[in-house]
Design a protein around this ligand. Structure first.
Ligand SMILES: *Cc1c(COP(=O)(O)O)cnc(C)c1O
Length: 393
């Protein structure tokens, strides 16, 4: 009993992540910032990174902000052998007040700890990680281009660093956050993407890990993506099951706009049944659609346009039928990287379903959502505290 009790106590005494223990060791020489228009997504890294390591007997180490650079890892590390890796994707923007801001960051923090738990990586205090990310973003704010549509992509990551080939939970881990300045996903206006609906390879399945942001979900999507590209399509539309349910597009959540019998519009996305990544942009899209027109009127949409936010399982058969009846008005993917990406056509069983073309690449609903979400992110439109200023103390 006593032994058990004290063992438990030791377990509870390991340190949690603690932002007040942060050590900042700034680089002596800073990198030259490339002109924004030359940026390619994810290529350029900022000067610094945040890092903390987890040891089973001491817990999370004092976090450190230091020069961006390589990690040194044992080749037997769990992350290499058994894919104990989780990540997040968020963006920091410069507001009209010149201060950096994050978009609904507590949702990313909550999702990250859920993802870590799914692959048995150690938990961490999400409020502390958010404080640390705000600090890092403040320090790196010179990297955030001041131009509309530009931002700093922030990539929090946890990897399992237990060095043994035996399969088991990684009781050692490294948490780090890196940042990359990024431009608008579509440089020359919104070009609609073409999708190949894929059912012989699946991205996720019931009881699987599709609802978590785990690195292991992405490697199996790369080969089908190559096949789609070979056939002339930009992205895969991931299907699932005999009834060919539509799940996600590439690494974005999928939405369609459908004309209802009463003339109003349904804005539909598949429900979070465990096979769908619970996207922050997805949640924001549903909330803004539900708020129109009673609580806010979306840009350039008449208040007389009634929108219904619906979480509903869509099948390819249903999509094809809606298109045939001219009721499928828009389709788009949503996610942090592109915000809203319009879909132009969907290849399925050798035929294309064509969406009505729009001059700007996005239909009126997709465009309204894009404009409103970006305005909230950049601090130009205040909405429900979604944009969080990186102001410490
Ligand atoms: C990250 C991601 C999304 C989008 O999530 P956001 O929080 O909106 O960026 C959608 N689907 C997949 C598979 C993803 O990895």
């Amino acid at each position: 009993m006593a032994v058990n009790g004290s063992a438990k106590q030791v377990e509870h005494q390991v340190s949690d992540l603690d932002a007040s223990k942060l050590k900042v060791n700034l680089s002596e020489t800073l990198k030259e910032i490339p002109p924004p228009e030359t940026l390619t997504f994810g290529q350029t890294m900022t000067d610094h990174m945040l890092i903390s390591t987890f040891h089973p007997s001491t817990g999370w180490s004092d976090p450190e902000i230091k020069s961006y650079g390589p990690l040194s890892l044992d080749p037997a590390s769990s992350c290499f052998q058994y894919s104990t890796n989780v990540f997040e994707g968020m963006k920091a923007y410069i507001g009209p007040d010149g201060k950096p801001r994050l978009f609904r960051p507590t949702l990313n923090m909550a999702r990250m700890t859920r993802s870590a738990g799914r692959v048995a990586l150690p938990p961490f205090d999400t409020d502390e990680l958010l404080k640390l990310i705000k600090k890092l973003v403040q320090l790196e704010s010179r990297w955030i281009p001041r131009t509309k549509g530009y931002s700093l992509y922030v990539r929090p990551t946890i990897i399992g660093s237990r060095a043994t080939l035996s399969v088991g939970p990684s009781d050692h881990a490294i948490l780090y956050v890196i940042c990359s300045p990024t431009g608008p996903y579509f440089r020359t206006g919104h070009k609609p993407v073409s999708l190949l609906a894929v059912d012989e390879h699946v991205r996720s399945w019931p009881g699987g890990t599709g609802g978590y942001k785990l690195a292991l979900n992405y490697a199996p999507t790369l080969m089908p993506q190559q096949l789609a590209a070979k056939l002339g399509y930009d992205q895969c539309l991931w299907l699932l099951g005999e009834d060919k349910r539509v799940t996600e597009v590439g690494a974005m959540n999928f939405f369609v706009v459908v004309k209802r019998d009463d003339g109003d519009l349904d804005v539909i996305t598949p429900p979070l049944d465990g096979t769908i990544l619970p996207g922050v942009t997805r949640d924001s899209t549903l909330a803004l659609v539900a708020a129109h027109p009673s609580r806010t009127v979306l840009p350039n949409l008449p208040a007389s346009t009634k929108l219904y936010a619906r979480e509903h399982q869509l099948t390819m058969h249903e999509l094809a039928e809606l298109a045939q009846q001219d009721r499928l008005l828009e389709a788009f993917g949503v996610g942090t990287a592109a915000v809203v990406a319009g879909v132009g056509r969907i290849g399925f069983q050798g035929k294309d379903i064509n969406l009505p073309p729009h001059e700007s690449g996005l239909g009126p609903i997709g465009r309204a959502l894009y404009d409103r979400i970006v305005d909230i992110q950049e601090g130009k439109f205040e909405w429900e505290g979604w944009s969080v200023v990186c102001d410490l103390e």
